[in-house]
Every structure is written in C-alpha cells, then in structure tokens.
Design a protein around this ligand. Structure first.
Ligand code: NDP
Length: 310
C-alpha cells in the first residue's frame, strides 16, 4: 500500500527536499506519496520542521511517527497532542557544517586573527600564537554535533575536553559528566563551545556563577541554543573582562531584535543562526531509513527521549 508522507515545513524547503526525499524513498524500496497537503486523517508519516507551523497533531489519527528535520526539538518535545514517536535529525551534512563553523571560530580566537584583520596602524608587534596543543578547548555537549566538533578540534591538536549528561567515551577527548565534571571543564576551558540541547535542565546553564568559573579572558562560542546562557550575566562577564569575547549564533529571540545589546557590543560576534543546517541530500536518506525501519517493525534511529527533552 502507498504510504502517505506529509511534508510539514516552510514552502521554500519543499523545493529543496522534494526530489531528494522522493529519491531516498525509492532507493529504500518504499512506495510513498509525498505531499505538503495530504488530509491529516490519511497521513502515515510526518516530515516535520517547527517553522512549518504545525502544532496540533490530534487530527493525524493514523500517523505512525513524526520525523523532525531539525536536530533541536525543544519546541515540539513537550507538545501534549503528540502521542506517536518523535525522531530528531542526525545528519552527516549538518555535522560537517557545524564542524567547519566551530573550527573556524575556534581558530579565529586561538590565533588572535582579529588583531591583524582590524589593525590599520603600522605597528610591528610579532606575538606568535601558542600551539593548539597548549590551548584548552571545552565542549558542553558530546552528542552527534559536539563529538564531531571535539574530534575535529583534537585532530587540529587542541587539548579538548567534553561534557555530557551521561558518561561518554570519545577517543582523544577528556570526557566529563555531572555537576563536578561541569565545574572541572569550565575551570580549564580557554575556549568554550556550547552544543547542548535546550531542555529545562540546560536552560540558563551558564549563569553568573558558572561564567565566573571560566579562566579569566575565556572565549565562548554558542551554536547550541540562546537560552543556554543568561544574557545579562554574559554581558556583565564581557564588560568586566572575565570573558574576552562571545561568538553567538543562536538567541532567545530570533531574528535577534535590532535594539538588543549584543549587536553593538564590541566583544560580541553575532551570526544569524547559520552555524549549520540540515542538508537535503543526506537528511532525506535518514528520513527514508526511519520510515523503512518503522514499516519493518525495527527500532527507529534517533528517537527523542521525551522525558529527558532531547
Ligand atoms: P545530541 O542529542 O546528539 O547531543 C546532546 C548532548 O548534550 C549529549 O552529549 C547530551 O548528553 C548532552 N546533554 C543534554 N542534556 C544535558 C545535561 N543536562 N547535562 C549535560 N549534558 C547534557 O544533539 P546534537 O549534538 O545533534 O545537537 C545539539 C544541539 O545543537 C541541538 O539540540 C540544537 O540545539 C543545536 N543545533 C544548532 C544548529 C545551528 O545551526 N546553530 C544546528 C543544529 C543543531 P548525553 O550524551 O549524556 O545524552
């Protein structure tokens, strides 16, 4: 029987995803009818992006799973109308983009590139940057994206530690967990990268007290979610010199409002939620594989733990 797959995402994504999804479904041996306008009661699977506007899953009486195109699921995970399994996106293309963004911004701060890019006066001041092996980088979050970035940074010789909720093992990385692990990683991270999901437990994780644990003059990169950091505490830490710089890709309100102090702050770099994105070709294969699994009665990949919130 033909499976009816609803594409519930903004219209501009339909043109990017339609052909790759149809191709991936064919390659997975699935007989599917992919549309953005199936009547809810006839839908078997929902390919979903929060920006598509769907919030009431009640009319989808025969749907078997919601397959998120986004890695972050904070806006849907607690939806009381969602009673069927929810999967999140783990996509090699998404990870590849994140590794590039994080590596680029870590290298910017490690090498002090701003000094040379912005200087116009003819002052010869030959300060050689330290080797990466002497620079301590911490990653909060050692999941699909955090561990990919940790490996890439270790591959550049950085001294990398990572922090997760449960104990993890990533080759070449000092892995920490729990409250004691958090204090430890903060106390030695000269460059700190946030790749945590936003959950009730991680919201405002970096508050005044925890920012004070970082070495003085540390750099923060946040491509995770804006609400992981207390904005006011962050600005105070930048103003006092506790932090040298914050490079922020994600914000409590997006787009970041023009009057927000981050825009004008000399120690803040704003990037407009472009650290990475789900790539249609690779992500379509993940969606197709999960529908194949569901139809075969096999466990779904990247199932969201609704209690943990990610
Ligand atoms: P994963 O679910 O694979 O990894 C999440 C990591 O965070 C895991 O290591 C997890 O620990 C850890 N974690 C979760 N809660 C806690 C906690 N309370 N204490 C300590 N560690 C915790 O997610 P991804 O790596 O795929 O994605 C991470 C986030 O990146 C997304 O949720 C999203 O917000 C953001 N993102 C941003 C993008 C951008 O363009 N800016 C693009 C895509 C994603 P454990 O290993 O024990 O489960």
């Amino acid at each position: 029987m033909t499976l009816k797959v609803l594409f519930s995402a903004p219209p501009q994504q339909w043109s990017a995803f339609r052909a790759p999804l149809d191709r991936a479904f064919r390659e997975a041996g699935l007989d599917t009818d992919l549309r953005y306008d199936h009547p809810p009661g006839e839908v078997d699977y929902i390919v979903y992006a929060p920006s598509g506007g769907l919030s009431d899953f009640t009319p989808f009486t025969r749907a078997k799973a919601v397959l998120s195109l986004w890695a972050g699921v904070e806006s849907i995970v607690a939806n009381p109308t969602l009673k069927i399994p929810l999967t999140r996106m783990v996509d090699s293309g998404l990870a590849e983009g994140m590794v590039e963004w994080v590596s680029g911004h870590v290298l910017r701060h490690h090498l002090g590139l701003d000094v040379h890019i912005t200087r116009r006066d003819p002052r010869w001041n030959p300060v050689v940057p330290p080797l990466a092996r002497h620079r301590r980088v911490g990653l909060l979050g050692l999941g699909a994206l955090g561990s990919a970035c940790a490996r890439a940074l270790a591959g550049l010789n950085f001294n990398v530690s990572g922090w997760s909720r449960r104990p993890r093992q990533v080759e070449g990385i000092t892995c920490l967990h729990g409250e004691a692990g958090l204090a430890q990683i903060l106390s030695h991270s000269e460059i700190l990268v946030l790749l945590l999901p936003l959950t009730p437990t991680t919201e405002n994780l970096l508050d005044e007290r925890r920012l004070a644990l970082l070495p003085r003059g540390a750099f923060i990169l946040n491509p995770g979610r804006g609400a992981l950091i207390d904005d006011e505490a962050l600005i105070a830490a930048l103003d006092s010199g506790q932090l040298a710089h914050a490079t922020l890709d994600v914000f409590r309100t997006e787009p970041l409002p023009p009057e927000h102090p981050f825009w004008a702050h000399p120690r803040v770099t704003v990037t407009p939620h472009i650290a990475s994105e789900t790539r249609a070709e690779t992500a379509s294969q993940v969606v197709a594989e999960n529908i194949r699994r569901a139809e075969a009665g096999e466990p779904l990949l990247f199932l969201v733990d609704r209690d943990a919130g990610y």
